[in-house]
Design a binder for this molecule. Structure first.
Ligand code: FEO
Length: 403
């Protein structure tokens, strides 16, 4: 993509990557993405908002040059520091000898290790601070955890334009810059939801705070870091309403305490059922279901884990370790919102039983609250073993409260 005019004084100079199918190793992207970057021209000074992925630096620089001599850029605004936007920065700054980087306090710390350069001119900006470009004002609005600690928005009131970082964006690539040109709306909406789920779902309270911060701004357009520019009367209102819906605080009446497990020979399953029975004795009104992990969709299980009030986790020991599906499930834990969540770990083993202590170590690392030393049974549980599992489930269930 070459440059495109957004308003008389704002230009899009970012890059399209229609072929990307995986982002950050774990996120599938069926419709590619764009790394959006914008030039804002005042009467006196010029700002570049966001940079670009390192891979596309050459074309990115050409896009900038279509609009302005890079040496005339006065500021580079980094709304956050993830390398899909800052990967090219160290190289870019060689072409911008007169530019000062504007960044949040947290971002200034990350910047050093992302660029490995000590010669950059950096100015930390605070929430509400403004910089005048000459008839064009940039106001910085801190937006922590949307989705990085250093995230912020940049608001240019004269153009009614909000540069929203990743917020309200989507990994979606069509070549025509604006939302009114989207040719495949259903695919865009699917990408928008997938992006929210992967990037912002762990930060719903911060999403609500971010929406609150921008609700009174007279926004004409949102220029996010990925996907089409959202314009008033086209898709801007729709996307904001979707974010409100998706980030709403859950209204829960009942506790949910799932029992996740998998079982090679049915022994860990027997313990799972006994623990379920014990939890229900302690919490008869709670929703307590057992889930053999390999028989369910991992995404659905992960959502259940992240939204529940406590859970039990059972694995046999195979090859001196818990089995891979358990690790896969724990890889989906939302660390921010699961702090101190009660977890009871259990499992049957044959030789040495490492699964239970290893899983306890992992959930401890995830800042959860494992219940005691867990429960492990050698080979086939006896009736007495199962009675102990019921007792343990009951004791564990008594510790769980509505979150
Ligand atoms: Fe698009 Fe958080 O980087």
């Amino acid at each position: 993509m070459s440059s495109a005019k957004v308003t008389n004084d704002i230009y899009s100079v970012g890059i399209l990557n229609p072929n990307m199918r995986v982002f950050d190793i774990v996120m599938t992207t069926d419709y590619g993405t764009s790394y959006n970057s914008y030039l804002v021209k005042g009467n006196e000074k010029v700002a570049l908002i966001e940079a670009c992925h390192k891979t596309y630096f050459k074309q990115y620089l050409e896009n900038i040059k279509e609009v302005i001599d890079p040496a005339k850029i006065d500021y580079v605004v980094l709304n956050h520091n993830e390398p899909d936007h800052t990967g090219s920065l160290a190289e870019l700054m060689d072409y911008l000898p007169n530019a000062t980087i504007l960044i949040s306090q947290a971002g200034s710390i990350y910047l050093k290790n992302i660029t490995n350069r000590k010669d950059l001119k950096v100015q930390v900006v605070k929430n509400g601070e403004t910089i005048d470009l000459g008839g064009k004002t940039m106001e910085f609005i801190t937006a922590p955890f949307l989705h990085w600690p250093d995230s912020m928005f940049t608001w240019v009131k004269e153009d009614g334009t909000l540069f929203s970082c990743d917020f309200l964006g989507a990994h979606y690539c069509e070549p025509y810059t604006f939302d009114y040109n989207i040719a495949y709306p259903e695919k865009y909406e699917s990408a928008l939801k997938g992006y929210f789920d992967a990037i912002f779902a762990p930060f719903k309270s911060y999403v609500r705070a971010g929406l609150e911060k921008i609700k009174d701004l007279p926004i004409e357009r949102v220029c996010s870091s990925h996907g089409p520019i959202l314009t008033k009367g086209v898709r801007l209102e729709f996307v904001i309403e979707e974010y409100k819906l998706w980030s709403a605080a859950p209204q829960k009446e009942k506790m949910t305490i799932p029992v996740f497990y998998t079982s090679a020979y049915g022994n860990t399953r027997k313990i799972a059922k006994a623990i379920q029975k014990g939890i229900l004795q302690a919490q008869p009104d709670a929703v307590v279901e057992t889930y053999d992990i390999i028989k369910h969709d991992m995404g659905a299980l992960a959502q259940l884990l992240n939204e529940c009030d406590g859970f039990a986790l059972g694995s046999p020991t195979i090859n001196g370790e818990a089995v891979p599906p358990l690790w896969m499930l724990l890889a989906h834990v939302d660390v921010i919102n699961n702090k101190k969540k009660p977890v009871l770990v259990f499992g049957s083993y044959g030789w040495s039983g490492e699964a239970v202590p290893n899983l306890i170590a992992r959930v401890t690392g995830l800042k959860m609250a494992p219940f005691g030393e867990g429960y492990k049974v050698c080979f086939v549980p006896t009736e007495e073993d199962l009675e102990k599992a019921v007792e343990l489930g009951r004791s564990f269930g008594e510790t769980v409260t509505l979150r």
